[in-house]
Design a protein around this ligand. Sequence first.
Ligand code: ADP
Ligand code: MG
Length: 696
Amino acid sequence: MDSPIEYVKGIGPSRAVVLKKELEIRTVGDMLAHYPFRYIDRSKFHLIRDINSDDTYIQLKAKLVDVREIPMGKRSRLEATIKDESGRLKLTWFQKIKYVRSNLIIGRDYLIFGKPNKYKGTYSLVHPDMQIMEPNKEPIKGGLQPVYPSGEKLSAKGFTSKGIEKVIKSILLEASKYIQEYLPQYILDKHKLMGRNEAVIQIHQPSDLDRLSQAKFRLKFDEFFILQLTLLKLKIAKMEKNKGMPFNQVGKMFNDFYKNHLPFKLTGAQKRVVREIRHDLGYGHQMNRLLQGDVGSGKTVVALLSMLLALDNGYQACLMAPTEILAHQHFEGITEIIDGMPIVTDILTGSTPAKKRKLMFEKLANGDIHILIGTHALLEDKVKFNNLGLSIIDEQHRFGVAQRARMWKKNVIPPHILVMTATPIPRTLAMTLYGDLEISVIDELPPGRKAIQTIHRYDSSRLRVFQFMKDEINKGRQVYVVYPLIEESETLDYKDLMDGYESIIRSFPKPKYQVSILHGRMKSEDKEFEMQRFVKGETQILVSTTVIEVGVNVPNASLMIIESTERFGLSQLHQLRGRVGRGADQSYCILMSSVKLSEHARTRIETMCRTNDGFEIADADLKLRGPGDIMGTRQSGILEFKIANLSTDSQILYLAREMAQEVMKEDPSLSEDRHLPISKAIARDMNKKNHWSKIS
Ligand code: ADP
Ligand code: MG
């Protein structure tokens, strides 16, 4: 399996280079792990009349009766018509027209494969696969024919799907006996898994649909299982290496706050999470915990209680937020709620003046500041703590892994780390990406919240929407109007925002109405000023870009209008919507869009209108975009699976995780004879991917 691919008969050095470059295939084993992405069922022939669905590939026998090129602007398309005893069907090509045309002969019979495509009520085949049939010779019915991912450069070297099929066939013929099982019998038995050897053969040359599906199951299980074992091993190693500071006192600060300052009763979920954190902190290992909780679920107070535990044990704590606005809001909220307690808090951001900084750094270094809140300015080398025991990172997805890692260096013994996120991550994704972290979830909102009503309106209904805004404002409520300004430098977006602002000022005249505006091009003190006017209720409308996305808390705001909704992603829409529905009033979110919507955009809008549940939205997002796009490319290495799919194979993942836990419990070093082959498989995999170091 480790032999270089170039030694396989018929490949040779120059073709091997292409395989390596295009598919990262270096060895025979790599080649066998290049799986088909679909199969053509060649076991039957269809009649044109019987085509009634566009979700499977079909095979037809028909005569070519017409071919013509049809101009479309600068380019053209090729249309052909075929005919069998039951009817006629159109075939269409948009690419390689010349080449296709030169190979089509009117009057001949063809064997045609393709996927029906329904357009305006009639079916056609786009870019079908055509083979001339020899006269008077019945084509042989085949089985399930694999289709492999290929590409232009690969095809040029003969690695079309057919070419790859041929190579793999010859490898299997010679080398299938070297495909070895590495799972012990007890695991195979427990989950009724197909043997590895058979699975690899079946995935490439399925004998029937049933065995194909068993083969897929086995290979998906393998991918998840190896990854989960690796993550668990890493977690154990980390725990052993990073001795943490034990916080075994639950002392005066925590208790005093809990009894005398906490302005509400904690929800059951908050209590549970605080218990989990307390347990972690008292253990003597460094805590590495991810706290997930939907917007408004009350993560801040959990953060505060954790910080008080640090103080009770004689340590400092810090809380880092992704924006200045949010850092200020945390600072003000926390100072207010602990008023009267002997705790010194301070705030550090990019705009903290040099003079104040100097004093602050001194106080930090000798321990006179207990809780420091701030932006990524906290990460600067100059910021030195006396004894930092706990770092909390809010909205962690806004920070890179490298930034999180810098937190570790803020103390001789790395501080305990709690990262919080309001962007729910589907469970499968969290288990993969953060499989080496502990995860806590707040899955309950504080009582008394009314579900936000979300409505979709086209731009043509703007006047009615304005009237609704007026109605809400007349009831004393406030309104957000959000524009997409994805890149703060986009001049066109900026113009949209300004045009929108002006039209709102015209429709909502002074002095009856006051409007604030907030965007990333404003100076930080102007932003703060405008935001404060809205927070204090001096303005009724805040026209803004997504800078208000995270964390901002104005309970009196009960209506959010989102402009050009089609340009936002699902998780961003969910984050934005979380700015309303924070008070006791019924809240609304109106999603404005143009009439022309892509299918994806429509699904996103429908999802938002259907549910307020962040986890459901995250699942929908995973389905629409795939894991790599959700997490950003930097972290996606670990999310690249050859056959498994985090969105559709969750059950297999849970099974693999469970099995991995079981194995690690029995044999944490994987050194028993029966587990040695697994150990080797992990080592091979780590060697290949080398992505574990990217996680912190
Ligand atoms: P998020 O999880 O989005 O950061 P916050 O911590 O900002 O949420 O909390 C949202 C609001 O809910 C705040 O005004 C907070 O004071 C309030 N809150 C938090 N926990 C509770 C609770 N158990 N009961 C009532 N209100 C709560
Ligand atoms: Mg928050």
